[in-house]
Design a protein around this ligand. Structure first.
Ligand SMILES: Nc1ccc(Br)nc1
Length: 446
């Protein structure tokens, strides 16, 4: 069968490169380890996902921003033992600068807010969709890149901001057919941890490091957790009390443990009250063990999880009131979340919710002989001026080939430029779904 020219330089046979090409070695046609190509079918799903990210962000009045994928390494150097730091995709560039492929978007956002300074009025509601990187030994065979959707609210100190952010994710889930029986959000506040550490006189500067250790609960053996907490100078009693508190799953129990005056409690009660007003109470639950693995969170933290417990966290976020000041900026309160493009697709596949996104084109235009290629181009131009999408057949192909291609690209209408009709200023039209066919003046095509 005639190949459709996608794989050969000439019709029919697999072409060998012309003599003047210097083929020194056969290159590896796969993408670098841990990275993905997005051929058309995968790209349609990705575009659909990102379109939903964008539409929800705009529904919430957020403005889109972006940053370089390459940043100064200094943006990500935190001494809390985070995995994100251990796996930083960093190197020295030709100007001997220490740079890194961004592992997340929040530090870049903080940098831009500080750079903008007084020229932007708070609050800022910004969103971004950007590729993030990690360099992980391929022993675990995990990906080294993913795309993250971020939404951040800068300049709002109270939990109304976190409630709004969680609702934006709930809105996204609903749009793509995911319900509260599929996923939920575990919500807590790092102020719970802060209060316990305060009661045991643990120095403030160890807070981030303790959070990073606690985030490994259920990922590494409990004895290793205790060992790491002890190495962070926590007493045996503090470790036991901490692990006790982290097992609490209700605000009532938390109040019994910590008393009613704790700030964490007020924040959490306010958040759950707002969630009830928004109408998404069924989506969230308190879980004191949620701390998230980024050192800079300071308050409410949350993560989206699949209720079947088969997948990794779908998304996560929280309040980071100190990040801007650690970069030398003013003390501006902030909160945000990151939502990766991989786990969500696994969930959609699990639930049979991947949409059917076949390619669509309104017209395929072809000429019946070589002399009419120009006429076919003119017809394609006229249709495109009217906003009609056109796949123009660019070589002299038999109709059988054109019909096959029309089916493959899911064209709705076939426009045939034939010499007899063209003499009369007409073209042939065939509606491919119904088989209906007729002739029409070119100027009347729309
Ligand atoms: N931070 C980060 C970056 C890239 C991937 Br894949 N996962 C996490």
């Amino acid at each position: 069968a005639e190949l459709d020219n996608t794989r050969t330089g000439r019709s029919g046979s697999l072409a060998s490169p012309p003599a003047h090409f210097d083929v020194t070695q056969k290159i590896d046609v796969n993408p670098p380890k841990g990275t993905r190509d997005f051929p058309p079918e995968e790209m349609r799903l990705r575009s659909w996902l990102f379109q939903n990210f964008r539409e929800v962000s705009q529904l919430f009045g957020f403005e889109e921003v972006d940053f370089p994928v390459l940043e100064s390494e200094a943006l990500f150097i935190r001494k809390a033992g985070e995995e994100i730091r251990d796996q930083l995709y960093c190197f020295e560039d030709r100007g001997n600068r220490r740079v890194a492929l961004r592992p997340e978007l929040t530090p870049s956002l903080a940098r831009l807010v500080i750079q903008k300074g007084k020229s932007v009025s708070l609050p800022l509601k910004w969103f971004a969709i950007g590729q993030c990187w990690r360099y992980e030994r391929m022993t675990r065979g995990r990906r080294r890149e993913h795309y993250q959707w971020n939404m951040d609210i800068i300049g709002v100190p109270n939990v109304a901001a976190e409630a709004e952010l969680i609702f934006s994710i709930v809105t996204f889930f609903k749009r793509i057919g995911i319900t509260a029986s599929d996923v939920g959000f575990k919500v807590s506040s790092r102020k719970v941890l802060q209060e316990v550490l305060r009661r045991y006189s643990v120095p403030e500067n160890l807070f981030g490091r303790v959070c990073v250790v606690i985030d490994k609960l259920e990922k590494i053996p409990i004895d290793d957790i205790k060992k790491e907490l002890r190495s962070a100078e926590l007493s045996e009693e503090a470790v036991e009390e901490l692990l006790q508190i982290l097992s609490v799953k209700s605000l009532t129990k938390l109040e019994e443990k910590l008393g009613s005056s704790v700030e964490a409690l007020a924040d959490l009660k306010q958040l759950f009250s707002l969630a009830e007003k928004y109408g998404y109470s069924e989506w969230i639950q308190f879980d004191a063990s949620i701390v998230r693995g980024l050192a800079y969170y300071t308050g409410i933290v949350f993560e989206g999880f699949d209720r079947e417990g088969k997948l990794r966290a779908i998304c996560g976020g929280g309040r980071y009131d100190r990040l801007l000041s650690t970069f030398g900026g003013d003390d501006i309160p902030a909160c945000g979340f990151g939502f990766g493009d991989a786990v969500i697709v696994e969930l959609l596949k699990e639930r049979g919710l991947v949409p059917d996104l076949s390619p669509q084109v309104q017209n395929i235009v072809c000429s019946l002989d070589q002399d009419l290629q120009g006429a076919a181009s003119l017809v394609a131009a006229r249709l495109r001026e009217k906003g009609q999408s056109v796949d123009l057949v660019l070589e002299n192909k038999p109709l059988k080939w054109v019909f096959k291609r029309a089916a493959r690209i899911n064209a709705q209408r076939l426009i045939i430029v034939g010499s007899e009709e063209w003499q009369k200023g007409m073209v042939g039209v065939k509606i491919l779904s119904s088989g209906e066919q007729y002739e029409i003046k070119v100027d009347e095509l729309e």
